[in-house]
Design a protein around this ligand. Structure first.
Ligand SMILES: [Zn+2]
Length: 291
């Protein structure tokens, strides 16, 4: 009987793949890149949504409930929506202390940590800037972390995960050089943003972020701050406003009317715009938009 059971279960275990829930499309793409056919990925947030404010809908609870593992961005990016999903899903495999739970931010050095955080002021970057995947060099670190995580969950396929990581790295390193060359002449260029999504991108390529249209991360534009910004733009002459795809461009357009500054839409994740189909096209687009 026992033998029969083993025989019956064997084919299943050979073809079973890990069901991994991830919070954002970029994490899904990297997980699929490393895990290949051995992982099924469920992405919780859509790429054109504000990553800070996702509605914890019932369909998302189901995805978390059925997951074998969960990978999050961390650094408080999901603080407003993932904890309630995890609570309601009641799945021990995806609670923050579980070995099948990965917080990517713990493996990255965060920048722009505020000296003092006034939580009542509503700053949504209290641990530092959480948008670290927008430095393409960090993507390699993230791929390595995900490879280690998958290996820990499923040691039987460790060689495959390693091979997939190496071929991803080879491909990505070539692109890093290409993007570096493309951005070389942009070093020192002054920019304005709506939200500080591109802190790591700007740092990677030497762009100088003068200010954001939000007075603080997550705080809506105020007339006082907008007037100061218009003055700053007239004095410092930044090239452009780098704007995310999910906030209204109303204030940016008002500033444009007063100063003539260019507005450039900058996607923050895969499918933030229709043409962004994968991680490579995300950075092709971002570096292309700056030309
Ligand atoms: Zn943010």
């Amino acid at each position: 009987m026992k033998k029969l059971l083993i025989l019956l279960l064997l084919p299943l275990s050979l073809f079973a793949s890990l069901n991994i829930a991830v919070t954002y499309p970029y994490i899904g793409a990297l997980t699929k890149e490393i895990g290949g056919e051995h992982v099924d990925v469920e992405v919780l947030a859509k790429g054109n949504w504000d990553p800070h404010f996702v509605v914890p809908r019932p369909s998302l609870i189901t995805k978390v409930r059925n997951a074998d593992a969960l990978i999050m961005n961390g650094a408080q990016l999901e603080i407003g929506w993932l904890p309630p999903l995890i609570r309601r899903a009641g799945n021990n495999k995806v609670t923050p202390n579980a070995s099948s739970f990965l917080n990517l931010a713990q493996h990255i050095e965060l920048i722009n940590k505020p000296n003092s955080v006034d939580r009542s002021g509503g700053d949504i970057h209290p641990d530092g800037n959480p948008h670290f995947h927008l430095n393409p060099a960090n993507v390699i670190t993230l791929a390595e972390v995900i490879k280690d995580f998958l290996t820990k969950l499923d040691a039987s396929n460790s060689e495959i995960y390693n091979t997939n990581l190496l071929s991803f790295k080879e491909k990505w390193e070539k692109k890093l050089l290409e993007w570096q060359t493309k951005m070389e002449s942009k070093k020192g260029l002054k920019v304005i943003q709506f939200h500080d999504n591109l802190a790591y991108f700007n740092k990677a390529y030497g762009l100088n972020n003068l200010a954001t249209i939000e007075p603080l991360p997550g705080i809506p534009p105020s007339s006082k701050h907008t007037i100061e910004l218009i003055k700053l733009i007239k004095e410092q002459k930044p090239c452009c406003i780098l704007h995310d795809v999910y906030h209204s461009t109303k204030t940016a357009e008002f500033i444009q009317e007063k100063t003539g500054i260019k507005i450039i839409l900058m996607p923050h994740d895969i499918s933030a715009l229709d043409s962004i189909e994968d991680l490579t096209s995300l950075f092709d687009y971002l570096t292309g938009a700056m030309q």
